[in-house]
Design a binder for this molecule. Structure first.
Ligand code: PLP
Length: 454
């Protein structure tokens, strides 16, 4: 059965241009262009209203895992819908929320065993920030009110998440609204600026964090980071071992660790969770995006018994976590998440990644030979291709040229959807993409770079 719309294609375009304000979009540019209206998803492809097919090279904003229109997830949502579309977790519970909490507790590392639901990565982070803050307040450690984070970090768009973010382009304008925190260097940029090969940057960076801990740990509630890869900062990988060193420093200085796995979780770095790769068990793990296989909005902030116990007491002690949203733990989204976790097992999603990761590496090596490619970066299934005007002189394109954006528009003509972060083109393929489809993405990108950059 296909949907029918009460408007023609041209009317839809008109309604979009007249009434729909798009996220992270300069609307002047949008209004001048022709919007691509996606009508359907079929496996690894998105299909527009005219029937043209595009490979989904960014997993529909880093969320889709197993492909679009997977019967197993569709049916799970439909079955749940027959029973209950929504009630509330305030004062009530429901089977899918309880089942999923149990599954997530089993799946996440160490003693992360409590799941607090919300609807987006931003809210998962907001909850971790508020919980970490209140944990210390409940314990009487009133001075521990600040947050440490990394430059070029991205944790979402709500004000708390922006406060711990570090991308000037997105965050600077809100400066007066934000709470004051402590910023540690961006690991990748620090290595670049100090001419240190990434593999050898760990000790120097750990020393920088150690110095900040010495100065600020007494007043710091938590350190928040994106484990292994800073995604929205431009796919910026960590030096090996740094995540573990930061965990150790957090333990030594009694600072809680928040691992924001919203982007890197659910297989993107090659393991179910990025923290696993360095045997790190944070105090909070924020999950979003891929948690439902990319089908419905859901997020979970996982935490430990220690944190949970900090909120335990008689009502009049006022230690309760007074936080919750109307759609917290929505049953349809929980059902989608359970079906997605099943697919990880039946499809052997993680086990099948190594050849795909190797193919991405080979594709990047090939692209890196191009004159206009200044840097290529990869961690598992996450990759970034940074375009520069002149590689030898290491000079960037002027911002107004919008080269990254132009290349992504050109890629579309080759039947592939990609998105840029500035002049870095991001490749975040569905984990279900085949080797042949990966090759098609690289061919399309290579052609587009040649067409746009010459
Ligand atoms: C690491 C990280 N945290 C949080 C978020 C925010 O997630 P959402 O857009 O679902 O609010 C993102 C989104 O890109 C992210 O990459």
């Amino acid at each position: 059965m296909s949907l029918t719309y009460s408007a023609s294609r041209d009317e839809l375009v008109e309604y979009d241009k007249q009434h729909l304000w798009h996220p992270f979009t300069q609307m002047k540019e949008w209004t001048d262009g022709t919007p691509l209206l996606i009508a359907r998803g079929e496996g690894n492809y998105l299909v527009d209203v005219d029937g043209k097919r595009y490979l989904d090279g960014v997993s529909s904003l880093w969320a889709n895992i197993h492909g679009h229109g997977r019967t197993e997830i569709n049916e799970a949502i439909a079955s749940q819908l027959q029973e209950l579309a929504h009630s509330t977790l305030l004062g009530l519970s429901h089977p899918s929320a309880a089942l999923l909490a149990h599954r997530l507790a089993q799946l996440t590392p160490g003693d992360l065993r409590w799941a607090f639901y919300s609807e987006s990565g931003s809210t998962a982070v907001e909850i971790a920030i508020k919980m970490a803050f209140q944990y210390w307040q409940n314990l009487g450690r009133k001075k521990k009110t600040r947050f440490m984070s990394l430059r070029e970090g991205y944790h979402g768009d709500t004000i708390g998440a922006v406060s711990v973010g570090g991308i000037d382009l997105f965050h600077q304008v809100y400066g007066p609204l934000l709470f004051n925190g402590v910023k540690a260097p961006c690991p990748y940029r620090y290595c670049q600026e100090n001419d240190i090969p990434l593999e050898r940057g760990t000790e120097r960076l750990a020393a920088e964090v150690d110095a900040l801990m010495t100065a600020y740990a007494d007043e710091t509630a938590a350190f928040i980071l994106e484990p292994l890869v800073q995604g929205a900062g431009g796919i910026l990988p960590f030096p090996p071992g740094l995540l573990k060193r930061i965990e150790e420093l957090c333990r030594r200085y009694d600072v809680l660790l928040i691992a924001d796995e919203v982007a890197v979780g659910f297989g993107r770095t090659g393991t179910m969770f990025a923290c696993e790769q360095e045997s790190v068990v944070p105090d909070f793990m924020c999950l979003g995006k891929g948690i439902t296989g990319g089908y419905l909005p859901l997020a979970a902030t996982m935490t430990t018994q220690r944190i949970y116990d900090g909120f335990w007491g008689d009502y009049q002690e006022l230690k309760t976590f007074f936080h919750g949203h109307t759609y917290t733990g929505n049953p349809l989204a929980c059902a989608a998440a359970l079906a997605s976790l099943d697919l990880f097992q039946t499809d052997k999603t993680i086990e099948n990644l190594p050849p795909k990761i190797a193919r991405i590496e080979a594709g990047l090596d090939r692209l890196a030979e191009g004159e206009q490619v200044g840097d290529v970066r990869q961690r598992g299934m996450m990759a970034g291709v940074e375009l520069v005007r002149d590689r030898a002189g290491n000079s960037a394109y002027p911002v107004e040229e919008r080269i990254g954006h132009k290349v992504c528009m050109a890629v579309r003509k080759h039947g592939v959807i990609l998105r840029n972060l500035g002049d870095t083109v991001v490749l975040m393929p569905l984990l279900s993409l085949t080797i042949e489809e990966l090759d098609r993405i690289f061919d399309a990108l290579e052609n587009a770079i040649r067409e746009v950059c010459g």
